[in-house]
Design a protein around this ligand. Structure first.
Ligand code: SAH
Ligand code: SF4
Length: 445
């Protein structure tokens, strides 16, 4: 039996792609292994969104050299967003001779043929096509080997049309392509029937869903239809672009218990001047009113965001505007990133790049403000009982289990006799204390 090991970097879209690669590999007769040293085939699924992610994938690919020396028949393949960039594909070609093949993000469905060719050619192969050549039609019916049996990822669309000036995604994932609603509904129906409790709908900008399909339905309508699928499960989605997030979508969330009580809405910057240069196409006021509408329609909703610190030209005043938005909106969570230059994007060649010292100093201030806000917000849960899906052992403490509420809150509780049987089930948890990143509670039996 041949064994496959897959290493995945980056976002949930990459996680979902790896589940498909594994699904196809299992059908080809491979067996999954969690030990690289044991593998006959290693796939590294890379991310390109920040330099750090690329460097990590490259350095870990570098470490595979020793495994290949011990096992010369091992095949190593690199895929994902990083190698969709010409200069990174060349890096692999020139500096990583022990990588046998690379394949692009729009070649995923051809994985079985790629493997056949790699094995018969017996020479290094580079299967990367630009998105202009291949429009990247969506192939349905690819087998998926899901990483969990209670929580599933479902891509509803691929690519992005927005070209935010800092971002590499539109270049490495191509233009927006939506899956047909009936295919998505069928997949969700099947997952619900199998007992999945949490279904995450994925897209770079889910609010553009359907715009590329003739007579297509919009995202709010898709969500409405998915809520009608029978079963006890929570529907989640990621990510919403503020310029396209509609009141209709928020209304659908408010009316349907199946949808999470959480909205991830990336702000990126609180300064109108910077938002404009980022090509985000909304203002801080528009963003603020959207969050106000959410809070009014869905009491108790949790709102999280992404913020980039140190975008080119960001002044102290611009940064103060970002902190001000954080204070006004009081996000439940902020994923903050230091701006990272991405080759080929407009922002990479903008003047006034911000020094590392300034970026670091601003990031420190942002984090301490958010920790304060988050702790205060989380404390409001103490004494309340909330429903949550038990996910498994806590990553930080093996004596605890972790659970996730509909608000997206991470809750830990002590393991007790029989508690492990709760994994994959919904439970009611009474919150006893709160920290910035999580809540602690007791399961109400
Ligand atoms: N499509 C999603 C985000 C995809 S990338 C959206 O529009 O929200 C995830 C996050 O990475 C972005 O929200 C942004 O905050 C961050 N990011 C993207 N490019 C970046 C860069 N060049 N430097 C730092 N952070 C970046
Ligand atoms: Fe990148 Fe902007 Fe597209 Fe998100 S919307 S993937 S940040 S270009």
């Amino acid at each position: 039996m041949q064994r496959i090991y897959i290493e995945t970097y980056g976002c949930q879209q990459n996680e979902a792609d790896s589940e498909k690669i594994l699904g196809m590999a299992l059908e080809m007769g491979y067996e999954k292994t969690d030990n690289k040293e044991d593998a006959d085939l290693i796939i590294v699924n890379t991310c390109a969104v920040r330099e750090h992610a690329e460097l990590k994938a490259l350095s870990n690919t570098g470490q595979l050299k020793h495994i290949k020396e011990k096992n010369p028949s091992l095949l190593i393949g690199v895929c994902g967003c990083m190698i969709q960039q010409e200069h990174r594909k060349e890096d692999i070609k020139m500096k990583y001779p022990y990588v046998d093949f690379v394949f692009g993000t729009n070649m995923l469905d051809r994985f079985p043929q790629i493997m056949k060719e790699v094995k018969s050619r017996k020479k290094r192969s580079f299967f990367v096509e630009s998105y202009d050549v291949n429009k990247g039609e969506i192939k349905e019916g690819i087998p998926v080997a899901r990483a969990f049996d209670h929580s599933a990822l479902v891509s509803i669309m691929y690519g992005c049309n927005n070209f935010c000036t800092y971002c590499v995604v539109p270049y490495v994932r191509g233009r927006e392509r939506s899956r047909k609603p009936e295919c998505i509904i069928e997949e969700v129906r099947d997952l619900a029937a199998k007992g999945y409790k949490e279904i995450m709908l994925l897209g770079q900008n889910v609010n553009s869903y359907g715009k590329d399909i003739e007579n297509g339905i919009n995202f709010a309508e898709l969500l409405r239809r998915l809520c009608k699928v029978e079963g006890d499960f929570v529907l989640k989605f990621m990510t919403s672009h503020p310029k396209d997030a509609t009141h209709e979508l928020i209304d659908v969330m408010a009316e349907n218990k199946k949808v999470e009580r959480h909205f991830h809405l990336p702000l990126q910057s609180g300064s109108d001047r910077i938002l404009k240069i980022m090509n985000r196409r909304y203002t801080r006021d528009a963003f603020y009113s959207l969050t106000e509408y959410m809070k009014e329609k869905i009491p108790g909703i949790s709102i999280t965001t992404d913020i980039i610190v140190g975008f080119p030209g960001e002044t102290e005043e611009d940064f103060a505007d970002t902190l001000d938005m954080m204070k006004r909106i009081r996000f439940d969570g902020v994923f903050s990133f230091v701006y990272s230059k991405r080759k080929g994007t407009p922002a990479a060649v903008m003047e006034d790049q911000i020094s590392d010292e300034v970026k670091k100093e601003r990031m420190g201030r942002l984090l301490s403000l958010q920790t304060e806000i988050q702790t205060e917000k989380n404390r409001e849960y103490v004494g309340k009982t909330i429903r949550a899906l038990v996910e498994g052992e806590s990553k930080s403490n093996p004596n605890r289990l972790s659970a996730r509420s509909k608000e997206g809150k991470l809750i830990h509780f002590d393991r007790f006799n029989g508690s492990d049987e709760l994994v994959g089930k919904f439970v009611d948890i009474k919150i006893t204390s709160a920290e910035a990143i999580m809540l602690l509670g007791e399961v109400i039996k």
